[in-house]
Design a protein around this ligand. Structure first.
Ligand SMILES: Nc1ncnc2c1ncn2[C@@H]1O[C@H](COP(=O)(O)OP(=O)(O)OP(=O)(O)O)[C@@H](O)[C@H]1O
Length: 599
């Protein structure tokens, strides 16, 4: 309940921020409407009683009051519905943006690969409207309670037992909240299926996956699977709704029986001369409006409880974000000793075997380090730990002696730059595609051009008519590029940031020919040396090409999550270990002579 109130306060603040006038109007309209239903019933009793006593003034006054109350209920209800809808959409959008910003601001990556996190975000995104709506339902709940109080007061006037009628709303509410609870459980349970269905759907309609699907002929199979998942998910949701509808119907039957009993009581009272015809009409009118009020109460109650559930996800996300950003020490502006890993082990969430185990490694300030090893050895994972995207399960990583966990994570992230093998194809203008590598210089054309030149991407820009202003990607009728061209732009984006302390190049040139890659790395190594001298910057390269690797100051061979060997190219070749074996295997593959077995 406290959580719900916290989020309501926050949501009211959002309402005030996005549409203060509508928020005030909504409160006033809800207050006015809560009195209108009771006023309608009271005017009818006055009308009947006035007719019996033939008091013209009373009849005219009652008729005027009735018309006013009816028109008020209708007109105010209509306006309130519109105002409410507008507020719900605007506030829902605001909450949606908040959720996205919150999820994107978490400096680590782990949550994006945790199914429970993704399910919560799915439910949260499904439920932002619900949350926004539930705030006004909470206000509506108060309004309806006031309206029911007025009705109870009118009922007491006929017979003191009649207000008990309102108490029959309780079993109805209990049954409905039971149905809602069941529906919420089903929604949570089906979130994973929904994500799965969406990913299959995306695979079927995205250009990137189209080639593989066409050649394998697997499109129909995948769309069939997506369909089955959709049927399963919606089937479960529909069944839970039907279940809820049955429970609600049972509650209403009880309520109707109570209304029938009340009516028969008032008819008996009238026969005994202890009630007027006006009282009978009042009860009938109240019965009709009571049903409406209780129905509103029930709907508001459902929305409030649904909102409470979504609130749980929302607060969880906020708390999770806060726990992931708990370091507060400023990141150094230059490196003196470098980065060290001591006893570092790491297992991906949801898996059981460690990817890195007891890694001890020193990355001296000002050096270029190459990580080599077979596929799946753990090279990219090591880079993810060094950049702070994941935290080790055991051991420590220090930056100039400061534990990385103590550093303000966003600040450390800002000290890094680079490009990953699974780079993004950002379908923006070319200048934006590159500029987002350093948001502060998004509009700095010379900086963008310089990054493009350093990444060897000048030919990519020259190949499209509008140059830097060219729109990229087929989604927006822009130019489509080859894989290698996209990669060159990703590389330019990766080197946009000025003076990073840690530059990571994780197979950034896998789509380039060996000659282009070699030239590029020569250029990078030169620049890295300048940065190294100026501020002790470290460059980490992950590559399978030994022509690139041998330029590094230190080569680290990773094997099954451990450091197998380290040293310079010459040292490792001389020691005739794993590196020498891998190097010769590649050299043989490029030569005309048959491969030798390295021993
Ligand atoms: N997000 C993830 N969740 C679970 N396991 C993962 C994840 N990412 C990688 N792995 C596993 O961790 C191991 C190491 O992966 P990593 O990407 O670090 O290897 P790598 O040495 O960079 O390989 P490659 O040369 O193929 O790029 C692999 O067995 C991989 O399956």
């Amino acid at each position: 309940m406290r959580n719900l109130l916290t989020v309501y306060r926050h949501t009211f603040r959002l309402c005030w921020k996005v549409a203060p006038l509508s928020a005030v109007a909504n409160v006033v309209l809800i207050a006015l409407m809560s009195g209108a239903a009771a006023l309608t019933a009271a005017s009818q009793r006055m009308l009947i009683d006035g007719a019996q006593t033939r008091t013209t003034v009373a009849i005219v006054a009652a008729a005027g009051l009735g018309v006013l109350a009816h028109a008020g209920t209708f007109i105010l209800g209509h306006i309130q519905g519109e105002v409410n809808q507008d507020l719900t959409v605007r506030v829902g959008r605001e909450i949606d943006l908040e959720v996205l910003a919150l999820a994107a601001s978490i400096p680590t990556l782990e949550h994006l690969e945790r199914p429970d996190f993704l399910d919560r975000v799915t439910n949260l995104r499904r439920g932002t409207m619900m949350l926004a709506r539930s705030v006004w339902s909470g206000a509506g709940l108060v309004g309806t309670a006031v309206s029911l109080g007025l009705s109870a007061w009118l009922l007491v006037g006929i017979h003191p037992a009649l207000p008990l009628l309102i108490g029959f709303a309780i079993p109805l509410l209990v049954l409905i909240s039971r149905g809602n609870r069941h529906q919420r459980r089903v929604r949570d349970r089906t979130a994973e299926n929904e994500r799965h269905e969406r990913s299959l759907h995306d695979l079927c309609v995205r250009a990137e996956s189209a080639k593989e699907l066409r050649i394998a002929g697997s499109g129909p199979e995948l769309s069939q699977r997506a369909m089955q998942l959709w049927d399963k998910t919606t089937g479960e949701i529909v069944r839970s709704r039907i279940h809820g509808a049955w429970l609600e119907a049972a509650g209403w039957l009880v309520m109707l029986a109570a209304l029938g009993a009340a009516l028969s009581l008032v008819l008996d009272l009238k026969d005994a001369g202890r009630a007027t015809v006006g009282d009978v009409v009042l009860l009938i009118t109240l019965t009709a409006s009571l049903s409406g009020q209780i129905d509103r109460l029930v709907r508001s109650f459902s929305m409030v409880t649904d909102g409470g559930h979504v609130t749980g996800h929302y607060l969880w996300l906020k708390k999770y974000g806060a726990t992931q950003a708990n370091g507060s020490r400023p990141a150094p502006r230059e490196l003196v000793s470098g980065i060290s890993m001591r006893g570092v082990s790491f297992t991906y969430p949801g898996t059981s075997s460690p990817v890195l185990e007891h890694v001890d490694l020193d990355l001296p300030a000002g050096s270029t380090i190459a990580l080599v090893g077979l596929n799946g050895a753990g090279k990219t994972t090591m880079v993810k730990l060094l950049t702070g995207m994941y935290r080790p399960d055991a051991g420590t990583i220090t930056v100039d002696g400061i534990p990385m966990a103590d550093l303000e994570p966003r600040e450390w992230a800002r000290r890094g730059a680079g490009v990953f093998q699974d780079f993004a194809r950002l379908q923006f203008l070319i200048r934006e595609n590159v500029g987002v590598g350093d948001l502060e210089r998004l509009d700095d054309t010379p900086a963008i051009e310089s990054a493009i030149t350093r990444a060897g991407a000048d030919s990519v820009v020259a190949s499209v008519p509008d140059r830097l202003q060219a729109q990229l990607g087929l989604l927006f009728q822009g130019a489509d590029l080859s894989h290698g061209q996209w990669q060159k732009l990703a590389l330019a984006r990766g080197v946009m940031r000025r003076r990073p302390l840690l530059l990571v190049l994780d197979e950034p040139t896998s789509a380039l020919d060996p000659q282009a890659e070699h030239e590029l790395f020569e250029r990078f190594t030169e620049q890295a040396r300048d940065a190294a001298q100026a501020q002790g910057a470290i460059t980490v390269i992950v590559s399978h090409r030994f022509s690139t690797v041998n330029m590094a100051d230190l080569i680290v061979v990773i094997e099954s999550g451990r450091v197998a060997e380290q040293g310079t190219h010459a040292h490792l070749l001389a020691s005739a270990g794993r590196y020498a074996q891998l190097y010769r295997a590649q050299a043989d593959a490029y030569s005309d002579t048959p491969p030798t077995t390295a021993n």
